[in-house]
Design a protein around this ligand. Structure first.
Ligand SMILES: Nc1ncnc2c1ncn2[C@@H]1O[C@H](COP(=O)(O)OP(=O)(O)O)[C@@H](O)[C@H]1O
Ligand SMILES: [Mg+2]
Length: 251
């Protein structure tokens, strides 16, 4: 168990622009960011505000033009490419809107394969994969392939795959966008559990306001700027997590 107190990631002055034809578009305009172990940090913002670019810059997927990321105490972008790849493999879990599963593999194999890449021996990989699938309630689906599963089940496989390696950093990019409300709630609760019982820093970007109720901290981003950053007082959180909280939505 870990409490929300220690920095898992800290970024300073992230700047990223993309070239489109003869012009540039600035997507991250010197963003400072941090996230704590044990927290669900929710980054909310409209489509095109820079959320996915921020996740990519924080997780070693896309090098920012300027700025630093200190991830688990390491200067991420100061590492050589192979060390960045290794860092991601060892410490980061990813959950995307589109699930990103291999269509030919069973649920068990989807999870196992990541552990094998990491160098976990075959037998351990199988056991850990089965445990992770059980943790997301898919023990009956171990041998199913994506075509045989619902969207909610597929996203739970993706979560099991991310959790199996017990990552310190868990990045979720619009994890509920392709799901109905009920399945979205299952997914966000699993992310919450990863933060609370495994001490992961969960960084979830979304434009889905229903997820705000599950956050420990809410950061609003718009047009490449952080507009607002506040901690949610759990004692004041409504019993019904889907209860509408205009003070947060309009903050
Ligand atoms: N590789 C790219 N090349 C050019 N423009 C890009 C690229 N990636 C993202 N963008 C643009 O950057 C802006 C922010 O994108 P993104 O970070 O994906 O936003 P969000 O995830 O909040 O929807 C958008 O206008 C998008 O079109
Ligand atoms: Mg996006």
């Amino acid at each position: 168990m870990s409490s929300a107190s220690e920095h898992a990631i800290k970024a300073h002055g992230l700047y990223k622009r993309f070239k489109t034809g003869r012009t540039h578009i600035e997507v991250l305009k010197r963003v400072d960011f941090d996230a704590l172990h044990g927290d669900v940090t929710m980054v909310m913002g409209p489509s095109g505000s820079g959320k996915s670019t921020l996740v990519a810059a924080l997780s070693g997927l896309l090098k920012p033009d300027e700025g630093q990321v200190s991830a688990l105490g390491q200067d991420l972008w100061g590492l050589r490419q192979n060390r960045i790849d290794r860092f991601r493999l060892d410490h980061c879990g990813f959950i995307f809107q589109g699930f990103n599963l291999f269509s030919a593999l069973t649920a068990l194999q989807q999870v196992e394969i990541v552990l094998k890449y990491q160098g976990v021996p075959k037998r351990d990989a199988r056991r850990r994969a089965a445990d992770a699938l059980a943790e997301v309630g898919l023990e009956m689906r171990m041998n199913s392939r994506p075509a045989e599963m619902s969207g909610g089940e597929k996203q739970r496989v993706a979560i099991a795959r991310a959790l199996a390696k017990q990552p310190q950093l868990l990045f979720a990019d619009e994890p509920t966008s392709a799901l109905d409300g009920e399945n979205g709630q299952i997914v966000i609760r699993l992310l919450q559990r990863a933060a609370k019982s495994h001490g992961a820093a969960v960084i979830c970007v979304t434009h889905d306001p229903r997820l705000e109720a599950y956050a420990d901290r809410i950061i609003h981003i718009e047009d490449g700027h952080i507009l607002d950053d506040h901690r949610v007082d759990r004692a004041e959180a409504p019993a019904d997590p889907l209860h509408h909280r205009p003070e947060l939505v309009e903050a």
